[in-house]
Design a protein around this ligand. Structure first.
Ligand code: MSP
Length: 588
């Protein structure tokens, strides 16, 4: 009898959950929803997100932070979906330009690298970059991975001894064909040769070294890209790589004479040569995954975030090296474009390099993250100006989102400081209540929002996700404004129910916004969700279930006390304050 009732209770629960899911699937397109429990679901498999590793020859700038924020957002999003996600960043410390920068600073290369690498780490910590591993190419685990990788390529005869003669850019650590080189004049009036792509100076180089049989991989690379239309995203970059692959691929020099480059990993078995810095650097993705002994869990999962300037290295050299080593290729390479400042490329000589730490203090960490992801379009370059940042943050974070929270949690409208009740007579699924057509449109938009946002997060079109959220926030503000709950008569039972319903619906909307915004603005979202009384185990994308009572399901929030009020969500920025801060920072 007891067994029977236990089974009955369980099957009842299962049935209910199936019904709920089936209902939800038909009434909404939010598919990844779990009603059984409010805990974060741990899915099988994992995700491995990487940033490029950053050169330590100069201090971090806004572009570096941008690569890191994109990767951080993807990593946080995967975690909120219930995946186990690994997220690596770090510093690229070998090579001639680092060697020269250390010399110029009068420091030992490793001391110099440690100082700059720590600066990157501090920036990332202060900007809430939640990496799970920080790799430096001067670490022993990396050196061992590179040596092993080299030996595999050598033993498989993909590397041979030869000589290279051609153009080389130290600044880009890149070899160039004659068609990629043009004439220019340097600041002292000397005629020089430059890379047409980066504008950096190139030099003629002739050296005995080791060559990688890149030419042998052209057709395999073409097959890979043709068979995987989403290998490189956005699509325009995949097309660019396919275009490059229309031409012959020359073999690649993968070492430098040690006499010219000491700061790097020696070629195993030939200490007179140093491994090419890009081969060394790219292997960092394997080092973090545990290569050569323990990489299988993570390696096939990799998604690389890179800027457009390093596409060739990631989309041609890296897959060719991996194919040669018999390793799987990354899941995807996500490319982003660059930030300019007032229409100009950021450069030391122009003095317009944006210090991300200074600007994160000026606009707050979340403010800067929000701006970069809201304005950054992967396909095209974007322009950064302080006025634009200020205007956007004031409009969307302070006024729109912050204002909405303020209205719905203010003691005047919500004296009990609770999630008030939802009244289905006031806001029925059919007609006849007090809600109007625009209110139903808003519900539809917010109900679909998680689906829309997840789609854009998945393809790293964060600006589209944030645009969709901002539009819904505006609709919710419109909803409150339209019904002016402050004008309702609280002594009238029906008015009170309608007022509670307006607040309940608005808080539910904000719970959706707060949950979906977590990968982008973790601090603001935390503040918002805490104020709404949403527990930490109720914040995953999995458990997001918008306005359940409207669809006749129980709500865990109705009647729940709001969380503590810790002040305004996002303080309005004054242009004076920003100007003053900028001025002072120039004086520093
Ligand atoms: N060390 C190499 C990467 C090796 S990965 C195996 C490197 N480092 S970098 O420090 O020069 O650049 C790191 C990232 O910053 C790249 O993704 C690059 O595109 C990005 N940015 C550099 N300047 C940028 C802008 N102005 N705007 C946006 N991102 C840019 O390359």
């Amino acid at each position: 009898m007891r067994i029977f009732s236990l089974l009955a209770t369980r099957s009842c629960k299962i049935l209910r959950s199936l019904q709920q899911n089936a209902f939800l699937l038909s009434s909404s397109r939010i598919v990844a929803v779990n009603f059984g429990s409010t805990a974060t679901v741990n899915k099988d498999g994992g995700h491995y997100v990487t940033t490029p590793i950053f050169y330590v020859n100069a201090s971090p700038h806004l572009g570096h932070l941008y690569s890191a924020v994109i990767a951080d957002c993807l990593h946080r999003y995967k975690q909120l979906q219930g995946f186990n996600s690994k997220f690596a960043t770090g510093t690229d410390e070998h090579g001639l330009k680092v060697q020269q920068a250390a010399e110029a600073a009068g420091k030992q290369p490793l001391t110099f690298c440690t100082e700059v690498s720590e600066r990157f780490e501090r920036l990332f910590r202060s900007c809430n970059i939640s990496h799970t591993d920080y790799i430096r190419t001067t670490e022993l685990r990396h050196r061992q991975a590179v040596e092993h990788f080299w030996s595999v390529l050598w033993n498989k005869r993909h590397i041979y001894k030869g000589s290279y003669e051609g153009w080389y850019s130290t600044q880009d650590e890149s070899f160039l064909t004659p068609s990629q080189v043009g004439d220019a004049v340097d600041s002292s009036g000397n005629e020089i040769k430059v890379s047409l792509e980066s504008g950096h100076k190139v030099e003629w180089m002739k050296e005995e070294n080791y060559m990688f049989r890149l030419s042998a991989f052209r057709s395999q690379l073409l097959d890979w890209l043709r068979g995987n239309p989403k290998a490189i995203q956005p699509e325009c970059f995949q097309q660019a790589v396919l275009q490059w692959l229309q031409e012959e691929l020359p073999d690649l020099s993968v070492s430098r004479q040690r006499s010219r480059l000491q700061w790097g990993i020696p070629v195993p078995g030939d200490a007179s040569q140093t491994i090419y810095v890009w081969l060394d650097a790219l292997v960092n993705y394997l080092s973090v995954a545990g290569y050569p002994n323990d990489h299988e869990q993570w390696w096939p999962m990799a998604r690389h975030i890179i800027g457009k300037d390093i596409l060739k290295f990631h989309a041609i050299y890296w897959p060719a090296f991996l194919l040669a080593a018999g390793l799987p290729l990354p899941q995807a390479i996500h490319v982003h474009s660059h930030w300019t400042v007032r229409g100009k490329k950021m450069s030391k000589s122009l003095g317009n390099v944006i210090d991300p730490l200074e600007h994160s203090r000026m606009f707050t960490t979340d403010g800067l993250r929000y701006f970069l992801l809201r304005q950054g379009v992967p396909e095209s370059d974007c322009d950064y100006t302080e006025e634009k940042v200020l205007k956007l943050l004031n409009a969307e974070l302070a006024d729109s989102l912050g204002g909405l929270l303020n209205r719905c949690t203010a003691a005047a409208l919500n004296p009990a400081q609770v999630y008030p009740s939802f009244c289905s007579q006031s806001f029925p699924r059919g007609h006849g209540g007090r809600a109007v057509a625009e209110d139903y449109c808003m519900l539809e938009a917010v109900k679909n929002l998680p689906f829309v946002v997840e789609k854009h997060y998945e393809s790293l079109h964060f600006y589209k996700a944030l645009e969709a959220i901002a539009a819904c926030v505006r609709q919710t503000n419109g909803f409150v404004q339209r019904h002016a709950p402050w004008k309702l008569d609280r002594t009238d039972g029906k008015d009170q129910q309608w007022l509670d319903t307006i607040i309940h619906v608005s808080l539910e909307c904000m719970r959706v916004y707060g949950t979906l915004l977590q990968p982008v603005v973790p601090d603001i979202s935390d503040k918002l969700l805490t104020r709404l009384g949403v527990r930490r185990d109720e914040r995953s994308f999995e458990t997001l279930d918008f306005l359940p009572q409207y669809w006749e399901r129980d709500s865990p929030f109705e009647g729940r006390a709001l969380g503590a009020d810790s002040g305004v969500l996002f303080s309005r920025l004054e242009s004076q304050t920003v100007k003053k801060k900028t001025k002072n920072s120039h004086l520093k």
